[in-house]
Design a protein around this ligand. Structure first.
Ligand SMILES: [Zn+2]
Length: 442
């Protein structure tokens, strides 16, 4: 693949490692992560120096994406055209092409946006553009809830979660599931979430990258080089987040983007040693941080969240609306796993807390990462047992109802309810119960 834009046809099918369900948008990949290479500085330097190596540039968890009719592809650039920034190794494909991710400076994708709309201006006005872009993005990516909504934010359950969703504008935010976001904790929604957006000091900054981070950064990038990269912009190209683009990307790109965003979100918010507060240095090709003061090593944080499709004896599905979501948005219940709790216990606890329903036969269905900013969504199905009267907590859940397939079909047709988008595990779980493609808009 020559250029930066190839993808598609020449990429192999993803090897699927799935649970009972599978087919999750963000659980795809065609690359070998070559984790054994992360400490091999010679190999990393050689890979970075190779003109065939490709780089996914991120700005606040967004990447440059070319949107086509019903598909999209990531714009990857040669290392010489990548901006400076914290770097991480994403993997190697079957043709031995190495892929890296780089957290570029705020606004580094900005000009592209304009170009897309006005092809003529591309290379110019970078500054302005970038700034604007920068501003948007912050919110944008994650913040924007796009993702949040999406899905998985356990939001509901997880207390904190809401946060996730909150941000989500509504739209996608079905949030419930969104634990994700902030998975951090229930409450956590806040701070961390932003992470991405907060290009802040620490994050992206090249410095952050630390010495070992990956191969030494290329020499200062020249204006010309940067302009060359920006010049690639053209109609159809624009910075986009996972939530918006993932479902349209092929397996390779979906995996690259998900992996890169997860690492970038972690780096953006974890910049100091949790033991002593000393700024850490990035090691292991961007997959770990080490404290220079006490030598402790720290790895990417992932917050497990459960999301469950609960059915009653008549096989009706339980759907609820988080209080922070917009009217009509509903999804299945979700929440963060608490310390000292199994995933199955979390399923039972969350359903009980949010709707007063007891469950039995909790069965694992599959999982997918939800780096908005750092969740791993564990999907389950469970059967309601005992009293089926719904008693929603007035805290996180605004309303909850049992839907038969016919009732859901009619509600969707009348646009009385809006389901989570395809990128979410919630969508897949609901669809698996529904029995066919879900109608409606997201
Ligand atoms: Zn320390």
């Amino acid at each position: 693949m020559s250029a930066a834009q190839s993808t598609g046809a020449d990429t192999p099918d993803a090897q699927e490692y799935a649970g009972e369900l599978g087919g999750f948008v963000l659980a795809r990949s065609t690359l070998d992560r070559v984790s054994a290479r992360r400490g091999d500085t010679d190999w990393l330097a050689a890979a970075w120096a190779d003109s065939g190596t490709r780089v996914l540039v991120l700005d606040n968890a967004r990447a440059l994406v070319r949107f086509g009719d019903k598909e999209a592809e990531l714009i990857l650039v040669p290392t010489a055209e990548a901006p400076e920034g914290l770097r991480f190794l994403l993997g190697v494909d079957d043709a031995e092409v190495a892929y890296f991710g780089v957290m570029g400076p705020p606004g580094c994708l900005g000009s592209l946006t304009e170009d897309a709309e006005a092809p003529g201006q591309e290379g110019t006005e970078q500054e302005g553009t970038e700034q604007e872009a920068g501003e948007q993005e912050p919110g944008g990516l994650e913040a924007s809830a796009p993702e949040a909504a999406g899905e998985d934010a356990p939001g509901q359950g997880a207390a904190g979660q809401e946060a996730p969703e909150q941000e989500a504008p509504a739209q996608e935010a079905p949030a419930q599931e969104a634990p994700a976001q902030e998975a951090a904790g229930p409450e956590a929604p806040g701070p961390q979430t932003p992470g991405p957006e907060a290009p802040g000091p620490e994050a992206p900054g090249p410095e952050a990258a630390g010495p070992e981070a990956a191969p030494p950064a290329p020499a200062q990038q020249t204006v010309t080089e940067q302009a060359a990269w920006l010049a690639r912009a053209r109609p159809g190209l624009r910075p986009a987040g996972l939530r918006e683009a993932a479902a349209l990307l092929n397996d390779r790109d979906a995996g690259l983007f998900t992996h890169a965003v997860a690492l970038a979100n972690w780096h953006a918010t974890h910049t100091h040693c949790p033991r002593c507060g000393t700024p850490t240095v990035t090691v292991a090709a961007g997959h770990a941080q080490r404290c220079p003061a006490d030598g402790s090593e720290h790895f990417p944080r992932i917050d497990p969240a459960v999301i469950m499709l609960v059915t009653d004896p008549d096989d009706r599905c339980l759907l609820a609306r988080n209080r922070r979501w917009p009217e009509r948005r509903v999804s299945i219940l979700a929440g963060f796993v608490e310390p000292g709790e199994s995933a199955e216990q979390a399923v039972a606890r969350e359903v009980q807390e949010e709707t007063g329903i007891g469950v039995a036969r909790v069965r694992y269905a599959g999982s997918q990462p939800w780096p908005m900013p750092q969740s791993l969504m564990l999907g389950f199905r469970a059967a309601a047992s005992g009293d089926l009267e719904l008693r929603v907590d007035d805290d996180e859940i605004a309303e909850a109802h049992w839907y038969s397939r016919e009732e859901l079909r009619l509600a969707l047709a009348a646009q009385e309810v809006l389901l989570p988008p395809p990128v979410s595990i919630a969508h897949r779980l609901i669809q698996s119960w529904y029995g066919e493609e879900l109608p409606g808009v997201w």
